[in-house]
Design a protein around this ligand. Structure first.
Ligand SMILES: C[S@@+](CC[C@H](N)C(=O)[O-])C[C@H]1O[C@@H](n2cnc3c(N)ncnc32)[C@H](O)[C@@H]1O
Length: 206
């Protein structure tokens, strides 16, 4: 029986992809993932399924084809952090899939500022609202936030200021590991006035 592989491909460049992940991907029949991640393997002649809607859309395909094909689901960073792993593990038994870890954007961001993160609170606003964000920020000295276009860094900063959070360092990490990587080390007030961020994460620190 072929096991479905869910593989973390790091923040999105080959430099941060584990050798075992490369090997498994080379031996695959079918790669499923977001455009940005499939693009890493543009030169590999494999069946590729671009995820455009919800992950649940491809679950019937995976179930129907996993015996015939070696299927790999590509996710960014580490599959154990806010990825399709949660959904996959609900529809397959543990014997039916394998997880290969990748380097998370959390690891990349903290390594860029040369700090450990065992004491950091990690949260995701990717597809989620700001509920409780200010409370979390008030409770923790170091918070790491996954963002998206609706919960962008400047909106996060504006929300925190509105909720009475002050005197925090706010660091934005954009396009980590890519040639156009950008790190903006600022504070909530200045960050709330900026705009135009792309793929990014934020660290808020006391
Ligand atoms: C659904 S979460 C997945 C997190 C992933 N499993 C991890 O361990 O990093 C996707 C979010 O990760 C962040 N992200 C992924 N790649 C990134 C990169 N190269 N640079 C900055 N942020 C990135 C963005 O906040 C993006 O919205």
């Amino acid at each position: 029986m072929n096991k479905v592989h869910i593989i973390g491909v790091g923040p999105g460049t080959m430099d941060y992809l584990l050798p075992i992940a490369k090997r498994e991907i080379q031996n695959a029949d079918c790669l499923i993932g977001a455009e940005r991640l499939l693009g890493l393997f543009a030169d590999l002649n494999k069946e590729k399924i671009r995820l455009e809607g919800h992950f649940t859309d491809v679950i019937p395909y995976i179930k129907e084809n996993r015996d015939k094909k070696k299927i790999i689901v590509l996710v960014s960073g580490d599959p154990g952090l806010y990825s399709f792993l949660g959904q996959l593990s609900k529809v397959l038994s543990k014997e039916e899939y394998v997880v290969i870890p990748g380097i998370s954007a959390v690891q990349m961001a903290f390594s860029r500022i040369g700090e450990n993160w065992q004491d950091a609170e990690v949260i995701s606003l990717h597809g989620r609202k700001f509920d409780n964000l200010a409370k979390e920020v008030k409770n923790y000295a170091k918070i790491f936030i996954f963002t998206d276009s609706k919960s962008s860094p400047e909106k996060i900063a504006a929300n925190l200021l509105e909720e009475g959070v002050e005197n925090r360092r706010a660091i934005v990490f954009e396009n980590l590991a890519y040639a156009n990587e950008r790190i903006i080390d600022s504070d909530l007030k200045n960050l709330s006035k900026m705009k135009g961020f792309g793929l990014c994460v934020v660290i808020i620190k006391k």
